[in-house]
Ligand binder design. Sequence first.
Ligand SMILES: [Zn+2]
Length: 106
Amino acid sequence: MEGKCSVEYLEKAKAYRDTHKEEAKAYRQKYYADNKAYLLTYLLKPVTCECGFECALSNLKRHQKTRIHAKRMVKDIIEKPDLKQLKLKTKIEKLEKQLLELKSIL
Ligand SMILES: [Zn+2]
């Protein structure tokens, strides 16, 4: 099969990377120097997740996929009945909407 990921293409790409190593390194160093302030601000900016966990902004999405986040969210729902009720209410509203849609189809 011809395409971007053919063995020939991958070999060529690897050969290019090997012969342009210094160029790539210089580019990365220049990019870091030019954007140091932004990168450090972004990487280290402290944020608080909806579960109450504090972490860096650059780590937030990764944190939200962890078991710790899931556990804290579940704990929140159990400990705060208002929040639980609110979530159930929105779920019920959503289901009622779907029911109305289905009735209109029939
Ligand atoms: Zn979280």
